[in-house]
Design a protein around this ligand. Structure first.
Ligand code: HEM
Length: 231
């Protein structure tokens, strides 16, 4: 068996695939954690507290996540440049199967949208003062802070932010709908019947991820204007 030299496109595509799958893992785990919002402040705040209590392990996970994102973006850029130089193809991380789809054509754009969204998102929640005025929900909890739950609740009372989040998670869903099957191809899956099933699963996961993430801002704003926060 001949070793593949590090600089070849296939190795770069595999690096994009492995780092991308690590990011998919985070996206699904983060979604599961966020579902605590539907259960109320104790659940979401308790979940966030458990994560904080992981201390150095949490920081290792964050460093790993950041490293996966940097590697994913860097190698996507390298593969894109290589493909443009050699074939004039805009985006070939996608793999070698013929045919194109909207998701495939817009991979770079949807990826850039998600990246831009992350800056807004981290400033909204991660870097917010969890016990400051933004965590106090008007008319709830006797005017006391509701911690992270209060921050999330107040953030989604702004319809513009709700629209931006929904748009961003739709871009994420679109990206995932092509990315997952593309990763499996880059990692060597070539059996056509299996590929067809993976392609279908990839689209289902993308759509479900977008719908599930979007349900959170929609839940907050609809609940605010109907039954209220109820705390
Ligand atoms: C409606 C959708 C979303 C909600 C309600 C949400 C909620 C949150 C909250 C509350 C935090 C802060 C956690 C804390 O400080 O303890 C957070 C952090 C974060 N979110 Fe989201 N999120 C959403 C979508 C996303 C998406 C789509 C992505 C990625 C594409 C993402 C990536 C992150 C990252 C990277 C962090 C920082 C994690 C850390 O500090 O360890 N989020 N999110």
């Amino acid at each position: 068996m001949t070793a593949i030299p590090m600089g070849t496109s296939i190795v770069k595509k595999q690096i994009v695939a492995v780092s991308g799958l690590a990011l998919v893992g985070f996206i699904l785990a983060h979604l599961a954690g966020n579902f605590n919002i539907f259960l109320g402040p104790e659940w979401l705040n308790g979940y966030a507290k458990h994560l904080e209590e992981l201390g150095p392990v949490l920081w290792l996970m964050r460093i790993g996540l950041l490293a996966a994102a940097i590697v994913h973006i860097t190698f996507t850029v390298l593969v894109t440049i290589e493909n443009r130089r050699s074939r004039g193809v805009a985006y070939a991380v996608a793999g070698s199967r013929g045919g194109t789809t909207f998701a495939k054509k817009t991979m770079i754009l949807s990826g850039l949208m998600v990246l831009s969204f992350l800056f807004l998102h981290l400033s909204d929640f991660t870097f917010a003062d969890k016990h400051g005025s933004a965590s106090i929900v008007a008319g709830a909890n006797g005017g006391e802070s509701l911690g992270l739950y209060g921050i999330v609740w107040n953030a989604f009372l702004n319809p513009l932010r709700v629209v931006v989040y929904i748009f961003a998670v739709c871009c994420l869903g679109l990206h995932l709908s092509h990315a997952i099957q593309s990763c499996t191809q880059s990692l060597g899956l070539s059996d056509e019947p299996v590929l067809q099933r993976v392609t279908f699963a990839s689209r289902v996961i993308g759509a479900l991820a977008a719908l599930s993430y979007a349900s959170i801002p929609v839940y907050v704003i609809v609940r605010h204007f109907t039954v209220g926060i109820g705390v």
